[in-house]
Design a binder for this molecule. Structure first.
Ligand SMILES: Nc1ccn([C@H]2C[C@H](O)[C@@H](COP(=O)(O)OP(=O)(O)OP(=O)(O)O)O2)c(=O)n1
Length: 168
């Protein structure tokens, strides 16, 4: 069972009524059509349902407490550590040219290295959010609702233009 924040689990798209004082547009609350009991399958790949962000927050808090490292884990340090790990992800991609989805030309060892570096980024991101008191899972829901408002599917279909480039 996934851990919660003691808040109502309001589903994948949450209560986004706080997005706008005028109330959310229909597209913001509905979200994309979901298949197979709520999981969108794309390219045959999905994540495991666990651990949740809250699980990761708790495990990292335990890891740092056990080492008396919380004294070093202020927001700025965590942000810099996260950026450093993003740089390590960049190193794995640099000089390779374009990389196809699923990384078919990568060795198992290279894939595992990428999994490690992406995990480092996530671990620091989750701890940074914790130390800044950003409830990350709910913040993601609110931001995705905003993204759907900013980029209505009917308007931007097949175009990668920034929302500021649309005239109306
Ligand atoms: N002060 C620290 C040091 C490490 N970690 C944890 C969080 C990261 O998941 C991982 C980062 O460890 P390293 O700094 O050793 O970085 P790498 O694992 O990427 O090693 P390397 O830089 O050799 O690739 O360990 C942490 O929480 N706090």
């Amino acid at each position: 069972m996934m851990a919660t924040n003691g808040k109502d689990d309001c589903g994948l798209y949450g209560d986004v009524s706080s997005v706008s004082a005028d109330g959310p547009a229909e597209e913001a609350t509905a979200g994309p059509k979901l298949q197979n009991g709520g999981t969108v399958h794309r390219g045959g790949f999905t994540f495991s349902p666990e651990p949740s962000f809250e699980d990761v927050r708790r495990m990292q808090a335990q890891f740092t407490d056990e080492r008396d490292w919380n004294q070093f884990h202020q927001p700025r340090n965590l942000f810099l550590a996260m950026v450093g790990e993003v740089g390590e992800v960049a190193e794995l991609f640099q000089w390779r040219g374009e990389v196809a989805e699923g990384l078919p030309d990568w060795t198992e060892s290279e894939r595992e290295q990428l999994a490690h570096e992406l995990s480092d980024v996530l671990i620091y991101l989750v701890e940074l959010a914790e130390k800044c008191h950003v409830d990350l899972p709910q913040a993601v829901l609110r931001k995705m609702a905003l993204n759907r408002l900013k980029y209505p599917a009917s308007k931007v279909q097949g175009s990668a233009k920034k929302y500021t480039e649309y005239k109306d």
